[in-house]
Each structure stands twice: as C-alpha cells, then as structure tokens.
Design a protein around this ligand. Structure first.
Ligand code: KDG
Length: 325
C-alpha cells in the first residue's frame, strides 16, 4: 500500500460555537488541526498509509493530538513529546468581518513543533514512502523547522522519493513576500507535484493573469510534472510539464468553516493519482473533497471517504441535471 510522509505542526484549534467577532465568543469547540496532518488524515480516509514527523509538548494537549491522529490511522511514531515547550493553540473567527472567510489567531511562537530540527528526520521514514509532502507553513515556523524541512527534501532526493510541495502561504508567519519567495525557492525547485492556490499566487507574484503567474511558478519549479492551482468554489486547474491544462469546475456549497479545504483537496488529489486515476478524475474528487470540508466546523472531522465523495458527486450531478431540465 502507498505511504505518504509529511512534517509540520498540529495545534489545538478553538473554534467558537457561533460565528462573529472573537472578542465576544464565550463558548468554543475544541478541534485538532494543522495543514500537513489534515492532508495525512484525508489520505488515511482514502486508504493511503501515512507517517507524520512532528513534536508536541509533553502536556495534555499533546496527548490529545497524538490520540486523535492515531485514531485516524496516522503513524505517530515520529512525533516526539518535547518537555521543553508547549503544544500550540489557535483560535478561529468564522464569517466575520468578511462573509465566508475564516481568520486564524495563533498562539504558537516557541511551541514544541517550532523546535523540530534536522535530527528529527530519519532516513528510514522516507525510504519506506512513495511521496514526501511539505507545505510552506513548516519552513516558516522557525530556523530549525526550516532546516528540518530542507533535510527532508534532501533525504527524499537521496532515495528518489517524489516531493509534493504545497505553497500554503500563511502571511502571519512569513510577514513579507520577499522572505517567502526566497525561503521557498529550494522547495519549489525540488518539487515533482506543485500545489498552490490563487491567494498564494497573488501574494507571491502580484495579481496578474493566471497564465503569467503559472509561468513564474514554472521558472521556480522546472522539475514539476504538475502545477495545480486551487481556486476554491471556482474549481482548480492542472498545468502539466508538457503544456496541457486541465480544468475542473468547483462546487458552490454553503460555507460554515473554510479552514482545511485546501488540505482536503490535496489529500483527494494525491489519493486519486496514487490509485491510478487520470488527472481530470483526480481534480473532480479533489474539488468535491474541498467542498465537503467547508460544510462543517473543524479541519479533520469533515474529511471524506471515497463513499462520501461518490455520494456527494452523485447528488451534485443529479441536482445539476434536474436544474438543466
Ligand atoms: O489548512 C488549514 C490550516 O492552515 C489551519 O487550520 C491551521 O495549520 C494551520 C496553520 O498553520 O495555519
């Protein structure tokens, strides 16, 4: 069975019971989330084995994170419990002030995961994998996280394991565009599959037309077999190395909490490719997974199985054909 390994930080997410300004929120739901682990749990839901490299604090929240990932099937044997720093927490504010948008407030500076270092990367975890997955979040967490992410790239190259890189820009972490562009260069350069979003492209390259933005990505990522651009409910496109462009429309559903949609997209896209589906088929599942994830709170809870995806797509296609009649 295929295995995907990733590296990053998982946090406790405090998500208010009702939407609106966080300053007035008094009741919260406790979730577990973090972009890279979200993708791994999404892959597990779709039958792919996964391993996560991380650190949590030697505290109650760290235990909650490990338990939740374990119950989803993720191999947690490479998550260290670090007594020198706490597990991170973040709050979310849904649907305010911009409708359908979720804002995050991190309490993650100096967290256990920010202490990840090259020593946390073992050859054997990569050697036994089919894909290595890294996002632009982990290298932005600290210098040692940057070095750990780079080591993972090097080890992937040593064992010829393809790199999937999702730019996943978090402006609150990078702060400046130039820092992000420079910092992410080696990850672009090494990627076989490059995933990004319209917001990331606008941040990195300015809001010009998509073809020009993709050309800039191509310059940075000359080895990428596919450049995948996620555009939320507008859908997504794949630009292949031989010049083909495949596009699939998205699904316009009610947005409860948009967090985690991009991670769900990545999981379904990769799982479909790993089981041998064609690119356009993978895009269809990936858009559906993204849509399903925004329909409920929490990043992990709404991640779909193949059956959920098939039911969603059957419902959607049937209602579309009814509308057309
Ligand atoms: O992709 C959703 C995640 O980004 C979010 O829930 C938390 O990992 C997170 C981050 O670093 O912002």
């Amino acid at each position: 069975m295929a295995r995907v390994v990733s590296i990053g930080e998982v946090m406790v997410q405090l998500n208010p019971v009702s939407s609106g300004p966080l300053r007035h929120a008094r009741q919260f739901e406790r979730h577990i989330a973090g972009s890279e682990a979200n993708t791994l749990v999404g892959l597990e839901q779709l039958g792919i084995s996964t391993t996560f490299i991380s650190r949590v604090g030697d505290d109650e929240l760290g235990l909650a994170i490990i338990a939740e990932l374990q119950s989803s099937g993720v191999d947690t044997s490479h998550i260290k419990r670090d007594p020198s720093a706490p597990t991170a927490v973040y709050f979310v504010q849904r649907g305010y002030p911009v409708p359908n948008k979720t804002t995050v407030f991190y309490y993650r500076n100096g967290s256990a995961a920010s202490k990840l270092s090259p020593a946390d990367i073992d050859d054997d975890v990569v050697q036994n994998s089919n894909l290595v997955h890294i996002t632009g979040i982990t290298p932005a967490l600290s210098e040692s996280c940057y070095a750990a992410s780079l080591k993972l790239v090097k080890v992937a190259q040593k064992f010829a394991v393809p790199l999937v890189f999702d730019t996943n820009i978090r402006v609150k972490l990078w702060k400046e565009k130039e820092k992000a562009l420079q910092g992410l260069r080696p990850f672009f350069a090494a990627s076989r599959y490059l995933l990004t979003g319209q917001g990331d492209l606008d941040f990195l390259f300015g809001s010009e037309n998509l073809d020009k933005q993709v050309a800039k990505v191509r310059e940075l990522a000359p080895r990428a077999e596919m450049i995948v651009v996620k555009q939320g409910k507008a859908g997504a496109s794949v630009y292949t190395a031989d010049g083909k462009v495949l596009t699939h429309a998205g699904y316009s559903v009610e947005v409860i909490d948009e967090l985690g949609a991009g991670d769900a997209f990545d999981a379904a896209f990769l799982a479909a490719l790993l089981r041998g589906d064609a690119i356009d088929v993978a895009l269809r599942y990936a858009n559906a997974a993204g849509a399903l994830t925004v329909m409920a709170k929490g990043d992990l809870e709404p991640l779909p199985t193949w059956n959920d995806l098939e039911l969603f797509l059957a419902y959607w296609e049937q209602s579309e054909s009814t509308l057309l009649r």
